[in-house]
Write a protein that binds this ligand. Structure first.
Ligand code: ADP
Ligand code: MG
Length: 677
């Protein structure tokens, strides 16, 4: 018998309930006991003569005589006392909860929950609800269609009743004492059956810590496993690498040099690299990736670069073709729209190792795509890919090194949660000569003046992006909007002979590619587009980014879009058009106009999503915590991280008896691996 028992051991849990409970994430006694209430409610007390036999009830009365406690062996005990209710005296018995004795004071009011024996007029106690002076409280749980609140309450009580002696501490005793956390049994008890709000609060604090600590322990173990796992040691040709860097059309920034060194050091070591490269839009991540991929190639390995969209993959392919001009690098592009005949020709050359650099989309991880000696995998704009996809590419080779790139700056909250198992390299510097982008927020009524402004920029020889409204999650509607705005702008700029291009998600890939190419070559001066241009597109001559209905976009997305301009030494502008309907929308526009710092933008983004916004949090990439809030409880989260680091770096910690429960818990969690996706 243990907490990992299935909930089916409880009375009344048949197949239907099992399904409803599973829906709530409840499968085992452990998951039921840690299915915590989200609030507490007043309790109603029944009169004695209203209670049926064996009914579970709450009784309220006065403790008539001191409680007596008898113990049988190590775990078993019986606690008796007499409860005075009006004229009646009801004997109450608690089995195996000796600690309750201190809550039972003679002549004090008390509320007890339990099963009533109507014939003998006595109560088999399950829990003490409150001293009777404080507000009586009942737990309220999140429930669903398949299962009633009352049922969950009863199941929790039943589980507690049967299993509370099986609850052992997870947090090591030293940590528990240091942070004054409750014993686990007490914590779980007080989460479900607090005697007052103060007790509930104390229990919640302990529960949060435990949740964060367990999470951080898993991360630390994952990280250690990566570090000890045999990876490949890429013995790259430093001389060739140096010549390549010297031949670049620009000098690398100090930050780029630093991260190239960090990554190359990892490549050389026989461990498995799992590194995140973070750099704001325009900071020059692509060339860093190119250098590292070239390193792998000079070491006799293949490199793969996976991008989230075909446009981006094509752009990378073009850029890398140019960068590797004249070098012995065989590059191919493989995407969903690669013609079957071409694909058929590529695959054997990839499997034989003749191709040493492959660039593509999801197509790179499909069945039938096999590599010869895959040494380095680069994943661009990694937040667009799920963990499963990243894993799939990694499994294509003999555990290749992985470099994930992201433009989304990682606030501390995320760094110690979602990315806790990765090493992080940061490019915290833009190439020299870049001017900060000026951002303006205007109302729809002011659009004409904005268009005048665009005209002036065009007259100066520059180009502009116009991003069309994101009304709903429907490509069809987005396309109609884009079409309408395209026509308006075409008519508007016709007298000056400026050409306008249109780009939307419904276009075929070669059409998209042709439009992008034409914009790059300045055949179009204005590009009207849906958010397909959001990531990575690089046209230096573009200096204006105009975004319709900007309040419909997330802050991180706006920052990405804004990053499409400001890519040269020309002053660039971002114009946000929005009539926000609420304060949150206004706040978001303000953030955009006040800062260009992606780090600030993303921290604000997390904050403005608020702690109640579950969906927003999901999208933000934060893991799902049950009790803890990684934003509001950041300090506790990082304390938990420090403790987990300290513990996992203590030699032999796994063999200490005090940690036995934690170790076995972590083993189980690893099997279920619930925390990643
Ligand atoms: P991102 O980090 O957003 O992916 P890119 O890699 O697309 O940025 O780089 C943005 C632009 O900056 C590209 O045109 C690239 O050629 C240029 N670039 C990169 N590094 C430097 C540098 N050290 N000096 C000048 N320009 C650079
Ligand atoms: Mg990029």
């Amino acid at each position: 018998m243990g907490l990992s028992d299935s909930v089916t051991v409880l009375p009344g849990v048949g197949p239907k309930r099992v399904a409803a409970l599973a829906d709530l994430g409840i499968t085992t006694i452990e998951s039921l006991l840690t299915y915590y209430p989200f609030r507490y409610e007043d309790l109603r007390v029944k009169a004695l003569n209203e209670i049926g036999d064996q009914e579970q009830v709450t009784l309220k009365g006065i403790v008539a005589a001191p409680p007596t406690l008898s113990r049988f062996g190590r775990k078993k005990s019986r606690l008796n006392f007499r409860l005075l209710i009006g004229q009646d005296v009801v004997p109450v018995t608690f089995f195996n909860q000796p600690w309750l004795k201190k809550s039972i004071e003679v002549e004090s009011p008390i509320m007890v929950y339990g099963r009533f024996d109507a014939n003998r007029k006595q109560l088999n106690g399950m829990k003490i609800l409150s001293s009777g002076k404080a507000d009586p409280m009942a737990s309220v749980y999140p429930s669903n269609q398949g299962i009633r609140q009352k049922t969950i309450q009863q199941l929790v009580v039943a589980a507690w009743d049967k299993y509370h002696t099986e609850i052992h501490d997870l947090v090591p005793i030293a940590i528990k004492t240091h942070y004054r956390l409750l014993d686990r049994a007490q914590m779980i008890h007080d989460m479900h059956f607090p005697k007052d709000l103060k007790a509930a609060k104390a229990a919640r604090r302990s529960a949060k810590f435990e949740e964060f600590f367990r999470f951080q322990m898993q991360l630390q173990l994952l990280k250690r496993r990566d570090e000890t796992q045999a990876g490949i040691a890429i013995d790259y040709d430093n001389q060739r690498l140096k010549r390549f860097v010297q031949a670049l059309p620009y000098e690398l920034t100090a930050a780029q040099k630093r991260v190239v060194n960090e990554i190359c050091a990892d490549l050389k070591r026989p461990i498995h690299m799992n590194r995140l490269l973070q750099g704001d839009v325009g900071s020059g991540k692509t060339v860093v990736a190119a250098i590292c991929m070239y390193a792998a190639i000079t070491g006799g390995y293949q490199a793969a670069l996976m991008a989230p969209t075909e446009i981006l993959a094509e752009q990378h392919a073009n850029n890398l073709q140019a960068l590797f001009e004249g070098l012995p690098v065989n590059i191919v592009l493989l995407t969903g729209s690669t013609k079957p005949a071409v694909r058929k020709e590529i695959l054997p050359r990839l499997a034989s190792g003749e191709i040493n650099l492959i660039i593509g989309t999801h197509a790179l991880i499909q069945e039938g795509v096999d590599y010869h000696r895959l040494g380095l995998v680069v994943i661009d704009e990694q937040h667009r890919f799920g963990v499963a996809q990243r894993q799939a590419l990694r499994q294509k080779g003999a555990n290749p090194d992985v470099l994930a790139m992201t433009a989304t700056p990682i606030p501390r909250t995320l760094a110690i949660t979602s990315y806790g198992e990765m090493d992080i390299s940061v490019i915290d510097e833009l190439p020299a000569g870049r001017k900060p982008i000026t951002t303006h927020w205007i109302k729809n009524a002011q659009i004409d003046s904005a268009i005048q402004f665009v005209l002036r920029e065009l007259a100066a020889g520059h180009q502009a992006y116009v991003v069309t409204p994101l009304i709903e999650e429907s490509e069809a509607v987005d396309m109609k909007n884009a079409q309408a705005i395209y026509e308006r702008f075409s008519a508007y700029f016709a007298p000056q002979h400026y050409q306008v291009g249109l780009l939307h998600g419904r276009m075929k890939n070669d059409e998209k590619e042709a439009v992008m190419q034409a914009f790059k070559e300045n055949q179009y001066q204005v590009l009207v587009a849906t958010t397909v241009i959001e990531v990575g597109v690089d046209v230096k001559n573009a200096t204006v980014m105009m975004i319709y209905d900007a309040d419909h976009f997330g802050l991180a997305q706006l920052h990405q879009l804004r990053g499409r301009v400001g890519r040269s030494d020309q002053q660039s502008y971002c114009i946000l058009i929005a009539d926000p309907k609420n304060k949150n929308g206004v706040d978001r526009m303000r953030v955009m106009t006040e800062t260009n710092d992606g780090f600030v933008v993303s921290q604000k983004d997390l904050e403005l999503r608020g702690s109640g916004d579950v969906l927003g949090k999901k999208q933000s990439g934060l893991p799902d915590f049950k009790v803890g809030d990684p934003i509001a409880d950041l300090t506790m989260l990082s304390v938990a991280q420090d403790e987990a680091k300290k513990l996992t770096s203590t030699p032999g910690w796994q063999d200490q008896p005090d940690n036995a429960n934690l170790v076995s818990y972590l083993k189980q969690a690893e099997e279920h691996a619930y925390m990643f996706d």
